[in-house]
Ligand binder design. Structure first.
Ligand code: HEM
Ligand SMILES: [Ca+2]
Ligand SMILES: [Ca+2]
Length: 348
């Protein structure tokens, strides 16, 4: 079975992405994804922000290949439990629902990596941001890389030179891509734990971050008391928390950026990011245009040369992986019966 399986894997590098990729095989894919997103947003206004972050955390770790969606298994050390992701990434159930609806219409055709990419664009559009034609045709990975997730994803206390290094490492532009994509923090939430040092003990100084607006500092201290619950949520954009707009950038100008990594884009004297923040703050159209171009560049980050890929049937599991069968007895206790190998895909 493993030899047969090898023959069925598709070559994953040098992929040619195109917005029309699914026109012959799944023309309704974007509509299906949008419908699930709109339904989920009705009860969870944060979900769009969570989905675009999933895409970002996927693409920065071995390219946009849905590696972030894989659960732990006998052979997979999931990226979900990496430090930047654990108890932080969310939206996996909504991706599962999108995948199952897409599978019901076009079985075995649409990759989980493309579902993440389309869901990101639709989330931005639904929140009032731009919409664009999404290049498609990615494949899903056969592996995950937890250690790379720990090293490649930038933490919220990074300075501009460190952020630039993280973006350069994945082949992105370190000025416009960095500032435009940081603009995704125009919606969504962050936990107190990610910025509480700024409120009480910035860089071990015993004092708050000097770049933090004094009134905003008081507001944030009330929300996130010293030694308080680190998982309490704050809006990344205090002005328009759910709208995709350019307020994120005007917040930075008034020193009301939530994360250190946000505020530094404006407050680091001499950095070329400052002028971009000013431009996007003054001109939302310029922000939207750059954001679209940068999202397409991020979405083009390819897996390492020679990587193999597939169209996963279940976004959490590699096709053909062993699945542990669990039965539930009438008394509610569970017992493992053993391993079963699911049939291999036969879609090519
Ligand atoms: C530039 C470096 C970046 C850093 C240091 C960073 C850091 C963070 C942190 C710490 C959080 C809060 C997580 C939590 O508290 O659980 C967050 C949330 C978020 N990030 Fe970033 N991020 C960066 C870039 C990006 C990019 C490129 C995107 C997308 C294009 C993005 C989209 C988001 C969104 C939408 C949220 C809110 C998610 C939600 O509400 O579930 N971020 N980010
Ligand atoms: Ca990935
Ligand atoms: Ca906003």
């Amino acid at each position: 079975a493993s030899l047969m399986g090898m023959a069925l894997f598709l070559s994953c590098n040098a992929q040619q992405l195109a917005p029309t990729f699914y026109s012959p095989t799944c023309p309704s894919v974007t509509n299906i994804i949008r419908q699930v997103l709109v339904n989920a947003s009705a009860t969870d206004p944060r979900i769009g922000a969570s989905l675009i972050r999933l895409h970002f955390h996927d693409c920065f770790v071995n390219g946009c290949d849905a590696s972030v969606l894989l659960d732990n298994s006998a052979t997979i050390l999931s990226e979900k439990q990496a430090l930047p992701n654990n108890n932080s990434l969310r939206g996996f159930e909504v991706i599962d629902l999108m995948k199952s609806r897409v599978e019901a219409s076009c079985p075995g055709v649409v990759s989980c990596a493309d579902i993440l990419t389309i869901a990101s664009e639709e989330s931005v559009a639904l929140a009032g941001g731009p919409s664009w034609a999404v290049p498609l045709g990615r494949l899903d990975s056969l592996t995950a890389n937890r250690s790379l997730a720990n090293s490649a994803l930038p933490p919220p206390f990074f300075t501009v030179p460190q952020l630039k290094a993280a973006f350069a490492a994945v082949g992105l532009n370190t000025t416009v891509d960095l500032v435009a994509l940081s603009g995704a923090h125009t919606f969504g939430r962050a936990q107190c734990g990610g910025f509480v040092d700024r409120l009480y003990n910035f860089s071990g100084s015993g004092n708050p971050d000097p770049t933090l607006n004094a009134t905003y500092l008081q507001t944030l201290r009330q929300l996130c008391p010293r030694n308080g619950n680190a998982s309490v949520l704050a809006n990344l954009d205090r002005a328009t928390p759910n709208a995709f707009d350019s307020r994120y950038f005007s917040n930075l100008q008034t020193r009301e950026g939530l994360l250190q990594s946000d505020q530094e884009l404006f407050s680091t004297a001499g950095e070329d990011t400052v002028a971009i923040v000013n431009r996007f703050s003054a001109n939302q159209t310029a922000f939207f245009q750059s954001f679209v171009a940068s999202m397409i560049r991020m979405g083009n980050i390819a897996p390492p040369p020679g990587s193999r890929g597939e169209i996963r049937r279940n976004c959490r599991v590699v096709n053909g992986a062993s699945t542990l069968i669990t039965t539930t007895a009438t008394d509610g206790s569970e017992s493992d019966l053993g391993y079963e190998t699911t049939p291999l895909a036969s879609s090519i």
